[in-house]
Design a protein around this ligand. Structure first.
Ligand code: AMP
Length: 185
């Protein structure tokens, strides 16, 4: 199974991708976690992306595309993956399709967790990560509307998009996803 999980900051992407990974016995690739780890370890990548992550801006497409190209070819995700946090722009989505073509892989599903803005802000602030200050959270939500939402049409047109109400409890959302993806039997 190869799946992209989309949603604004605080939509439950990380939680839902973890639950699905356990169920399907595959691995999640979280670009946000990868970038935060690189920043922590002060690698070259970390130094490049730190200013963007700390302000809630999007890291440059070229960096993200190269990162995914490398990560997705590692043996631990050969059996399948859930991409959490990527693609986030139409350009990244197109490039992901090219990459998957090159690798002879295809995307089974794109999951979109829809959550009202006030819930997004509340959940994000409860996490208290370094990049979860209120202004940064609001900027991430704004960019989600500007850059990521238009990308959904790209997937909708291909009939691979599953929209889920992400404002419910994590168990309810998980069940809705399982049913929607036809995994319940
Ligand atoms: P997340 O935890 O997915 O919300 O990601 C945290 C931060 O990492 C974002 O606010 C961006 O600065 C950066 N980031 C993660 N994934 C991407 C991506 N695909 N494109 C651009 N920036 C990203």
């Amino acid at each position: 199974m190869r799946l992209v999980i989309l949603g604004a900051t605080g939509s439950g992407r990380g939680t839902q991708s973890e639950l699905l990974c356990q169920r399907l016995d595959i691995k999640a690739i979280s670009t946000g976690d990868m970038l935060r780890e690189a920043i922590e370890a002060q690698t070259e990548l970390g130094q490049q992306v730190q200013p963007y992550v700390m302000k809630g801006e999007l890291a440059p497409d070229e960096i993200m595309i190269a990162l995914i190209r490398e990560r997705i070819q590692l043996p631990d995700v050969a059996a399948g993956w859930i991409l959490d946090g990527h693609p986030r722009t139409a350009f990244q989505a197109e490039e992901l399709d090219f990459l998957l073509d090159d690798l002879n892989q295809s995307l089974n599903w794109v999951l979109w967790l829809e959550v009202p803005e006030e819930v997004l802000i509340q959940r994000s602030l409860e996490r208290s990560r370094e990049d979860d200050q209120v202004e940064v959270v609001k900027r991430r939500i704004q960019l989600f509307h500007e850059r990521t939402l238009p990308m959904l049409e790209y997937y909708e047109a291909r009939g691979r998009l599953l929209k889920v109400d992400g404002s419910q409890s994590k168990e309810t959302v998980h069940q809705t996803i399982v049913t929607g993806l036809g995994l319940s039997h």
